[in-house]
Design a protein around this ligand. Structure first.
Ligand code: C2E
Ligand code: MG
Ligand code: MG
Length: 748
């Protein structure tokens, strides 16, 4: 197959030509000659050899000769000539084994493995031992009388061919090694900007050139036309960063990049390369590099491997960047969300510059009803209008964020963020689609100067103040005061009650089936803890687990749940479900306990539960803490055979490089993203991204909180293999689960 290389639109040359012209890049800098070294103490042998090989060209390259008359002289020449292709060496010079010693020196001391060595001797009796020939990789052994002109030509040609092949192989394995290392380095990059800048650096390393390059992302504009924007640039193109390609003075760069993308292939010119990277459908990337010379075939091949290697990393980084955005920004208003606001408050609290700052939570009254009567779409537009008014009217230098469905958070100067100013924004109606809507709001405020603790607590306190304001009167406000603080008494009471319930065996475990999305057959279950108080009220684990963590009771409680789940697994397997997988939630406090691993092993041993059928669920925030200790612990858990899932995935922010280092088997899509699938037109995006990320990282994915058939259908179409949710079954007690399994057996 002959590839073509284009230098510009009209100027096509065959690749083979380019390659031949630049073979030097693999084979050193001896402009187009093969260096042949003759080592012999007999001057006649030198002249006879050069005469015999004069006018010989191999693969269009002539030979050039280097002459050494002693081993010492040969060493000196070799020290300065890195690219000798063939050595014709006299075995016997002043001393019997001088030739072989020289060979040993070339191979073992100079580490010159590529050069081909042909031994010659005057007398047949001086032939080296066969193992010496093998040990030193000697190419050929001939007596001088054997080397007629024709024979010499044949032997030298064969040796040069083999030298060339060895050089090519070494160059490409060095290149592949570099690609591997480059990929590993690139995977550690967290943002698209870092990653793409890294790509330019790595390609330059790979080719041994200056990093004159730029990296573009193709974006679709409002008018559906596409434009390439530079996201990273280095060297002579440095100033082009963030510019659209169409604005370049040199139109050839843009044209070539567009062509590489539309034709879906790399384009190599006489002194440049335009490389395309296939994204994950929604994004396309291309890079332009000034190379300054043509590339040889080996380099072309390496670049192709590099590009396909990088494409995967690139689409992962895009997925993670988008996940990051959805973790920190509200998709409707594009404002920072609750997570991001927490961070901004933390930054503000940590700042040394003192500015009296207030956090206000603004809750729109009766928004749910408005939403229900006028429809979601209208509700969305209302929220956008409120966001816009808060942003434009309340003053500059403040942060407006959306912390919940109908709740906005505003952080700013005490003077700007005050109840009167905030409530004044709701005096005039909001106009949506020509229709006026009058809204009212309630505000909870916290003065950060009076606040101890971090952003999370500040938000919590603002919520407490908001609640208080709502109780007192509508369309009011309330500042947080310490007396409103969390009712510690209530906590202490609950802690006692929980401990008592545990001791009196009033806690129990239920199991929620997990199914195969395609066949709907049961594949496993998640163990969930339940607490029913004496007056028969159920208390949600979301309330009592934090208290169990806080009091340390979770250590005992968690072990008990694990053992219950192990025993249940053994029972289920006895019923004939051999591959049934049992998932158990593990809390942060439990996981950090120094005896966690031994506790796990002991529970498995005592109950006889097969480790490969047990799974531990850790939350995404746990997965992101204390990287080194965590990596080690997860490895140790994996060694026991127990698998690991990341629960509530998508709610935190996992960096890709970190995720890749963890021994994790499964991602559990948080219920919020499953619900979202059918709720808005933007719908499936996050769930879809997680499914795709799972596929790229070869991790299993399960969706939790699947409540209706539409969600199940979309998830199945997106390729989500497993599901859990009320649609399939609520959490069931052990007995009911067994009945449920029997009833659903026909699905298997
Ligand atoms: P999780 O691990 O994310 O568990 C899933 C929660 O979603 C469970 O709530 C489950 O009942 C609920 N759920 C499942 N399917 C649906 C659905 O289709 N719709 C809706 N609306 N909800 C669904 P639950 O049992 O109240 O547990 C809440 C959280 O408490 C769990 O979240 C987990 O973080 C924690 N938890 C429960 N049991 C334990 C335990 O034994 N140990 C620890 N450390 N945490 C536990
Ligand atoms: Mg869970
Ligand atoms: Mg969950």
């Amino acid at each position: 197959m002959s590839k073509t290389v284009s230098h510009n639109e009209d100027d096509l040359v065959f690749l083979d030509e380019t390659v031949r012209a630049s073979d030097d890049n693999i084979l050193g800098a001896n402009n187009g000659v093969w260096l042949v070294m003759i080592i012999d103490d007999d001057a006649d042998v030198h002249s006879a050899t050069t005469f015999a090989l004069s006018n010989v060209a191999i693969q269009n390259r002539p030979l050039a000769f280097l002459h050494a008359y002693s081993a010492q002289q040969a060493r000196e020449i070799l020290a300065n000539e890195p690219d000798v292709a063939v050595i014709l060496l006299d075995v016997v010079m002043e001393q019997q084994d001088e030739g072989l010693q020289l060979v040993h020196y070339i191979r073992d001391v100079l580490h010159r493995a590529e050069v081909r060595i042909i031994l010659r001797t005057g007398q047949p009796g001086y032939a080296p031992e066969i193992d010496a020939i093998q040990q030193f990789d000697i190419n050929d052994y001939k007596t001088k009388s054997e080397l007629t002109r024709i024979k010499l030509y044949t032997v030298v040609t064969a040796a040069i061919r083999s030298y060339e092949q060895i050089c090519t192989i070494n160059a490409s394995s060095r290149g592949l090694d570099m690609i591997l290392r480059a990929s590993t380095e690139l995977m550690a990059m967290q943002t698209l900007e870092e990653f793409t800048a890294g790509v330019i650096t790595q390609i330059s390393h790979l080719l041994g050139i200056k990093p004159d390059g730029l990296f573009c992302v193709q974006e679709t504009l409002h008018n559906q036309e596409t434009e390439l924007f530079v996201v990273a640039a280095d060297g002579k193109y440095q100033d082009l960063i963030n510019h659209p390609v169409s604005a370049f003075e040199d139109a050839q760069i843009g044209n070539t990049l567009v062509r590489a993308l539309s034709e879906g292939r790399n384009i190599y010119g006489r002194d440049y390369a335009a490389l395309h990277f296939t994204g994950n459908g929604s994004s396309n990337f291309a890079t332009f590099l000034k190379i300054g010379r043509p590339l040889n075939e080996n380099e072309l091949r390496l670049l192709e491997v590099f590009c396909s290697n990088i494409s995967v990393g690139l689409s992962n980084i895009m997925l993670v960047t988008r996940l990051h955005n959805s973790a920190f920004y509200d998709s409707l208003t594009k404002l920072p969300n609750r997570n991001r606001l927490k961070e901004i408050i933390d930054e503000n609290l940590a700042s040394t510059e003192y500015r009296p700052t207030t956090l206000a939570l603004i809750d729109i009254d009766h928004f749910a009803e408005t939403n229900d009567t006028l429809g979601h779409q209208f509700g969305d537009m209302l929220l956008l209008a409120v966001a816009a008014r808060l942003q434009s009217r309340l003053g500059d230098r403040l942060t407006v964020s959306r912390v919940g469905g109908d709740t906005f958070g505003v952080l700013g100067d005490d003077v700007q963020v005050n109840p009167a100013a905030v409530l004044a924004q709701f005096e005039r109606p909001f106009s949506i689609d020509g229709q006026d809507v009058q809204l009212s709001a309630t505000v909870g405020l916290v003065r950060l100067a009076e606040h101890e603790g971090r952003g999370v607590e500040a938000l919590k306190n603002a919520h407490i103040a908001l609640k208080r304001a709502k109780i007192q009167q509508r369309t009011g406000y309330s500042y947080f005061s310490r007396s409103m603080g969390v009712d510690i008494r209530e906590r202490v009471n609950m802690m006692h009650a929980l401990r008592a319930a545990f001791e009196e065996k009033r806690l129990f475990v239920v199991y929620q089936p997990q199914i195969d999305m395609v066949t709907r057959a049961p594949v496993g279950a998640e163990a969930l803890l339940r607490w029913q108080t004496e007056d028969a009220t159920m208390i949600s684990p979301n309330r009592f687990i934090p208290i169990a963590e806080y009091s340390g009771l979770i250590i005992e409680l968690g072990e008990w749940v694990l053992r219950q789940a192990c025993q249940e697994l053994v029972r289920i397997q006895r019923l004939g479900y051999a591959d049934f997988l049992m998932s158990v939630n593990v809390s942060q406090v439990q996981f950090r306990h120094p005896h966690f691993l031994s506790m796990l092993k002991k529970a498995l041993e005592d109950t006889g539960a097969p480790p490969h059928c047990m799974e531990l669920e850790i939350t995404e925030s746990m997965a992101m803490e204390e990287p080194d200790a965590l990596i080690k612990l997860l490895d140790q858990i994996t060694e026991t055979g127990v698998s690991i899932a990341i629960d509530d995935f998508g709610t935190g922010f996992s960096s890709l490089s970190h995720l890749q280092k963890l021994s994790v088997d499964r991602l559990k899509i948080d219920r919020a993203f499953v619900t979202e699938i059918t709720e808005s037109s933007r719908g499936s995006s996050i769930a879809e991204m997680i499914i795709q990320l799972g596929r790229n990282l070869e991790l299993d994915v399960i969706a939790e909180g699947v409540e209706d058939e539409r969600q199940a259908k979309i998830l199945t179409e997106l390729g989500c293999p497993f599901g859990q949710g009320f649609l399939f079954s609520r959490p069931l007690s052990s007995d009911v689960l067994h009945t449920w399994l029997r009833e659903h057996k026909e699905h298997q």
